[in-house]
Design a protein around this ligand. Structure first.
Ligand code: MTE
Ligand code: MO
Length: 546
């Protein structure tokens, strides 16, 4: 193995040790203070909209894993470079490690809700990386090992490391440059060098194992500190009335389940680590432009009147034909009554909701008071909200896209004006007002499917939340639009399934669908991207029939 490769691997191992140590420390300082997660969070908040849309398009619900993996790969390359550099320019390499630590610390320290200790994991990780790197480099036959005093200095913190890198040692360290490595490989020290290479491989393995162990232990301890058991202990109150019945026939064969099971419900949010909000310490503050500010505890919330409603939630990022939509039975207390108690001041046209991780959305006050079933929800399909869907409490507002209405892990409701505050997605190019657009989707046959000629069931879902679907039509190739059979549904706030029988003839065919809502609006054929306020166009699939 070439010395430079060994040096590069030393850099990667040192970075791994730093991350492992940081993960362990983050058990104490909060999962979001771990450097990968913190830096990833900054990236999520600052990448330009189109890049993020691409991420969602490419990786869908795995966009977070993709981001963390990408960040780790970039860090690995950086660390490899630092390792190689460290052979010749040890002080510059130390500065490189320090820079990494400071970046992590800056990211962790500036995340919403970060305490002063949030900078610790990154700083401690970087401080550990320096002696680890130095040790491995020495075994790798690279220079820079002759000055133990500097190791001690570097160990005591990245501030010091920076000082060391730029201080008077610089010249001396630089002098001990590449010549040393060459000497070790070709000189009389060869036997010793082979021994040190063996030790290098061994210590590299030890560092990697300890780093991985630290990371795994950190994650395991963090999981133990999670709210899983608090959630398990929650006993949801009974709703005032029985759950509305799902009419028989609401489920059409070939379409997705009418009620989406929790485990299949799409998940979209900016949280790299799901916020772990213990109901025991949770409060919801309703404040801002109100005559009567309110703070609710979990116990107080559960004593409020509860209702159960089926509501279809949709994401504005859903492409035509996409699956970022689902229907659940939500248990919650009507938000309208809470707002009435808080008594908004005239002019407070926006209800800003803030989550435990600092995300915000803004809903028109008028929408929350117009009589629709807007809920402060605590239950989803008969269970406490799953953690990824907002445990312990979230908002559900029929008829509005999630990004302007459905705050998960909610901790704050502030009455304000649209003119005075832009919620999270608004400065990122998305509309401040975003009612869900009337849409329809073909679930069967799938795009690209092959079928035998003869009768074929075409089926899917259509939605126009809070307005209601009045008609669904199907078109084969450029034939006439044919009216599909509409299944019964729970309410205008839920989607509606449809089916249509088509006698397929051999050849390639394009099937299209369009819905008309009870306002008489028929979906436009005009295609629009999800940004800024929801995609439009007709969903179509191509089927080959033989
Ligand atoms: N705290 C928080 N709440 C959030 C979001 C978020 O990023 N953070 N995303 C919103 C968006 S864009 C949508 S579409 C819905 C999705 O809810 P779900 O993940 O339960 O399906 O949550 C909304 N609530
Ligand atoms: Mo969304």
């Amino acid at each position: 193995m070439r010395t430079s490769i060994r040096a590069g691997l030393s850099g990667v191992a040192a970075a791994a040790a730093a991350l492992g140590a940081a993960e362990l420390l983050a058990v104490l300082t909060g999962a979001r203070s771990a450097p990968l997660v913190a830096v990833g969070g900054v990236v999520v908040d600052h990448v330009p909209g189109p890049v993020k849309d691409l991420g969602i398009a490419l990786f869908g619900v795995h966009d977070k894993t993709a981001l963390l993996t990408g960040t780790a790969i970039l860090l690995g390359l950086y660390a490899y470079g630092v390792g190689v550099l460290a052979r010749r320019r040890w002080p510059v390499a130390v500065a490189g490690v320090a820079l990494f630590g400071l970046l992590g610390a800056a990211a962790a320290g500036t995340r919403p809700g970060a305490g002063p200790l949030a900078v610790l994991p990154s700083l401690a990780g970087a401080a550990l990386a320096v002696p680890v790197l130095r040790h491995l480099l020495r075994l790798a036959g690279a220079p820079g090992e002759a000055r133990p005093g500097r190791v001690a200095a570097a160990e005591s913190g990245p501030g010091r490391a920076v000082a060391a890198a730029s201080g008077p040692d610089r010249v001396a360290a630089a002098e001990s440059g590449p010549g040393r490595a060459v000497a070790a490989e070709s000189g009389p020290d060869r036997v010793a060098a082979v021994g040190s290479r063996r030790r290098f491989v061994r210590d590299l393995g030890v560092v990697a194992a300890v780093a991985a162990g630290g990371g795994v232990a950190g994650r395991w301890l963090a999981a133990r500190g999670a709210v899983t058991s608090a959630r398990g202990a929650v006993r949801l109150p009974a709703a005032a009335g029985p759950a509305p019945a799902v009419p028989s026939g609401a489920q059409v064969r070939g379409a997705v389940p009418y009620v989406t099971p929790n485990r299949d419900f799409y998940r979209i949010d900016t949280a790299l680590i799901t916020p772990q909000v213990d109901p025991a310490g949770w409060t919801l503050r309703i404040h801002g432009m109100v005559r009567n500010p309110i703070t609710l505890t979990w116990a107080q919330l559960l004593r409020r009147p509860m209702v159960q409603r089926y509501v279809t939630l949709a994401c504005v990022s859903n492409e035509v034909g996409g699956d970022l939509i689902g229907t659940a039975l939500w248990l919650g207390t009507p938000i309208r009554a809470l707002l009435d108690e808080a008594d908004p001041l005239p002019g407070a046209d926006q209800v800003v909701q803030r989550s435990a991780d600092g995300w915000t959305c803004g809903t028109p006050t008028a929408v929350l008071r117009d009589g629709r079933d807007a809920l402060l929800a605590v239950g989803m399909n008969g269970e406490p909200l799953p953690v990824r869907h907002g445990f312990p409490a979230r908002m559900i507002v029929p008829g509005l896209y999630g990004y302007v209405s459905a705050c998960k892990w909610i901790t704050e409701i502030e009455l304000t004006r649209f003119a005075d505050f832009d919620a999270y997605w608004v400065p990122r190019g998305w509309a401040a007002q975003a009612p869900i657009k009337t849409q329809s989707r073909i679930d069967t046959p799938r795009d690209g499917a092959s079928r035998r000629a003869g009768p074929i069931v075409v089926a899917g879902v259509a939605w126009a939340q809070h307005t209601g679907v009045a008609k669904v039509e199907v078109q084969v190739d450029d034939g006439p639009w044919e009216v599909a059979a509409l299944a019964p549904t729970v309410s205008a706030d839920t989607w509606r399934q449809w089916s249509h029988s088509w006698t397929a003839t051999s050849g390639e065919h394009v099937l299209r669908v369009r819905a008309t809502d009870t306002d008489g609006y028929t979906q436009t054929s005009q295609t629009a991207d999800p940004a800024p306020d929801g995609a439009t166009g007709w969903h179509q699939v191509t089927v080959s029939v033989d």
